[in-house]
Design a protein around this ligand. Sequence first.
Ligand SMILES: *Cc1c(COP(=O)(O)O)cnc(C)c1O
Length: 370
Amino acid sequence: MSATAERRMRLLNPGPVTLTERVRGALQRPDLCHREPEFYALAMEVRGRIERIYEGCAGRFVAILLTGSGTSAVEAMVGSMVPKDGHALVVANGVYGDRMAAMLTAQGKRFTTVGAEWIAPMDLAGVERALSADASITHVLAVQHETTTGRDNDVAALGALCKRFDKPMLLDGVSSFAGEPIDFEGWNLEAVAATANKCVHGVPGISFVVARESAFAARPSGATSVYLDLWRHWKEQRTGASPFTQSVHCMYALQEALKELEDEGGWRARCATYARRASAVREVLAELGVTYFLADGATASSSILTAFAVPAWTTYDALHDGLKERGFIIYAGQGPYAGKMFRIAVMGALGEQDMTELEQGLRALLARPG
Ligand SMILES: *Cc1c(COP(=O)(O)O)cnc(C)c1O
């Protein structure tokens, strides 16, 4: 392996994140068979720790662990929770809202999309109209943090609509779980999909769905897939078992990441840390004359990730490559925003020295010439 590949990179992409040594070290623990009581105990502990991150979750909601990336958790949630004869209302303003619509198409389920431009907030007036007009809608699907643009969607307002119309919400919380507030009852949530390797700071390989337990007894699974059937997983995972092989070493790392989250003060402290880091980055970029990509970026951006416009005096590639030389990975814009946007996420193990070096790198690479 080359020396460059072994260098410590600080990942400012929206997952996977830079690991702490504590989490990385957990990967070295002894091998374990997922059908032995030792693994059951590990899985039960991990599930319990996930359920206790947010108030109002444990006791009513259960965490179901999947071996797969965040998309597998979203697909399991959409597939299992939306009944086969259900009708989903997809609220989309970015890549991840559109991806849920694509899942429903693949599953052959009925859905209506209330879309908005990717640079715009969710169309809440459109949601209200759709819910008033069509009583057949069974679920509202939304993305909390739309990673496409870094927009912190107003899920509280959407949740109030879900409550008013008595429609359960299915939330893609993949890039926000453990880093932003989630009000399980207030938002009328039936399930949230999330992953180990974004705000939770674990290693990639495990994702999970936190679902309202009463749903499993109330109706049959909507799943059109064998692996991504939450009903099947739940039947076995309630005892710590698993119908399929789990990623044992990733589970150790997730256990350690969850302990670390708790030691650091839980989601609120993590949210505050991200906010501090994001303001530091935003201040430097504002000084350099680099603007938010979103017109309302100053108020609408999450602390987890901010999207900026690539300034006229440089290119995305020059910025990306220059920062990579300095040991940082940033993220490009997707689709129509390729070359026009750069995104900086501040999750993971970033120390004071990392933030200082990032600031220096941004100043060196983004200074306006002349
Ligand atoms: C990252 C992300 C996903 C997909 O996660 P993968 O691990 O890449 O499959 C889904 N939704 C949102 C909002 C994300 O940020």
